[in-house]
Design a protein around this ligand. Structure first.
Ligand code: SF4
Length: 506
């Protein structure tokens, strides 16, 4: 399923791919020909495969995985997970990662006095599953097979469910196909409202049901018409919330991959942590952490970015998997950033966002923000918005940073006056950071920079060619540009809240 041709994976679709792992591999053996040795009538793909059939054992049932069938008459193509073929009989089998529908039939009480009516579980296929299998049966019949039954395998319950393929099922499937074709011709239908399926739907980030419905229903109300549908706020779910960003810094710790697990062991070989590979989003290794070549190959294969940092947290290298990098995207990036007005536009955007975020963080967290600080930062925002050159912009950015860090220690909780006083005396310093607060800031900035380098690489952009930060050998200039708005939001917030506590180390 896609929205206007766009598809996004989610945790559920990735899990589904795992369930289909075997059946999605096309079979090497083709489907059997009919008992008389004739080719089936239609179905081009089936015919292509049928011509290669071994004729030695025509009675042997064949399991054909990932079978694609097309009907020009219906304007339909389907890929069957599995088809069990025997002679001219075919049985489609579909795999589902979830559970079947429970019909909720009422069981007859055996004793009216003692037993309350109860719901029978009654597993049955979901309506969409029925339509899919009905269309597959029609395609198989067009290809010359007889289809009288089909099976679903629901992996969550390890349940194999048989359904009868009859005229009613095929009529239902064709009616849904016609309805889908009608919908596809016009505008896409509006998203569902407050529907429990939306939060975990993989298409949610493209379909945007909450945002579109909010605008739609607001428009109905603004025009003086009563909205006939009620919209209530609903918890928003990210499409994937299960990713783990692993940071390893204990000296001589080892990283390996065994099966579907990332195994972290100490130098004696004792297991420190076992993580599911599918959930690892990124890996950062500091100093003397060891990582095996086999593990690097697996991470590259899974497109998990691996960053190598010095023990102090300075990024020195990143593993760049040989993915489908786009030369067109990179050359467009260079052409755009070569134009001074375009580079200034990008630099202005990230600088303005950074100063605005610094101001917000101070206003939210400072115990007693001196008067004029918020106004001065707002003035810097406005001046940066109108900056006409990169030098002028950097001047406003530096001015705002000076105001911000002069008041930074005022955001610490009470009881850490010594740490605050040391930071106040030092100010913001790097290379090397002279106190705990500067250390946390530098480390956190490095971590977000890694994330931005990885994000840029995934988008086929070149991290070393930036706008606000000039290009120098080994400097991820565009990643540093991208980091700017996130410094106050993520790194500085972590520093403010983590300094009074003892840092934990893996
Ligand atoms: S997000 Fe909701 S409305 Fe949009 S495609 Fe998914 S289930 Fe349908």
């Amino acid at each position: 399923m896609t929205v206007e041709g766009v598809f996004l994976p989610s945790a559920d679709t990735e899990h589904g791919i795992g369930v289909h792992h075997r059946v999605d591999r096309p079979s090497e053996a083709p489907p059997a020909i009919d008992a008389n040795g004739k080719k089936p009538r239609n179905g081009k793909k089936a015919v292509e495969k049928l011509e290669e059939i071994p004729e030695s054992d025509p009675e042997r049932p064949l399991s054909v995985r990932s079978l694609a069938l097309t009907s020009d008459r219906l304007g339909l193509t389907a890929k069957l997970d599995l088809a069990e073929i025997q002679g001219t009989t075919a049985i489609p089998v579909e795999y589902r990662k979830g559970k079947p529908k429970r019909s909720g039939e009422i069981a007859e009480p055996t004793d009216d006095m003692m037993e309350q009516p109860r719901l029978l579980p009654g597993p049955e296929p979901w309506p969409t599953d029925r339509v899919q299998i009905g269309l597959q049966a029609i395609l198989l019949e067009e290809a010359g097979y007889t289809v009288s039954e089909a099976y679903f395998y629901y992996a969550a319950e390890r349940l194999k469910l048989r359904i009868v393929v009859d005229e009613a099922l095929k009529r239902e499937a064709l009616a849904e196909l016609d309805a889908a074709k009608r919908d596809a011709q016009g505008q896409r239908p509006p998203p569902l409202i407050n529907d429990p399926r939306c939060p975990r739907c993989s298409l949610q980030p493209i379909c945007l049901p909450d945002e579109i419905n909010h605008q739609r229903l607001t428009a109905l109300t603004v025009n003086g018409q009563a909205a006939d549908e009620q919209l209530t706020p609903r918890k928003l779910w990210p499409p994937r919330d299960d990713g783990i960003h692993v940071v390893l810094q204990r000296d001589a710790i080892r990283v390996g991959v065994r099966g579907q697990s990332v195994r972290i062991t100490d130098k004696e070989g004792e297991l420190v942590r076992d993580l599911p590979l599918a959930n690892v989003e990124s890996l950062a290794v500091l100093g003397g952490v060891q990582i095996s070549t086999q593990a690097l190959i697996v991470f590259a294969d899974q497109e998990v970015p691996v960053a190598f940092l010095t023990a102090a947290g300075r990024l020195v290298a990143m593993m760049d998997p040989m993915g489908p990098t786009s030369a067109a995207v990179r050359s467009a990036q260079i052409r755009i950033l070569d134009k001074p007005e375009k580079a200034l536009e990008l630099a202005r955007a990230v600088t303005v966002a950074k100063i605005a975020n610094q101001r917000t963080l101070l206003m939210r967290n400072h115990a007693i923000l001196p008067s004029g600080v918020a106004a001065d930062l707002q003035a810097s925002v406005e001046a940066a918005t109108k900056a006409t050159s990169m030098d002028e912009l950097r001047g406003h950015e530096g001015n705002a940073a000076a105001i911000y860090f002069a008041n930074f220690a005022g955001m610490f909780k009470q009881g850490v006056q010594k740490i605050a006083a040391t930071f106040n005396a030092n100010g913001r310093q790097r290379r090397p950071p002279p106190d705990p607060v500067n250390s946390v800031l530098s480390f956190a900035y490095s971590m977000i920079t890694n994330e931005c380098v990885a994000a840029l690489r995934l988008a086929s952009l070149e991290p070393t060619i930036g706008a606000l930060h000039s290009t120098r050998p080994g400097r991820p200039a565009l990643a540093l540009d991208l980091v700017e708005p996130f410094r106050p939001l993520i790194a500085d917030s972590v520093a403010v809240y983590s300094v009074p506590r003892r840092p934990t180390r893996l």
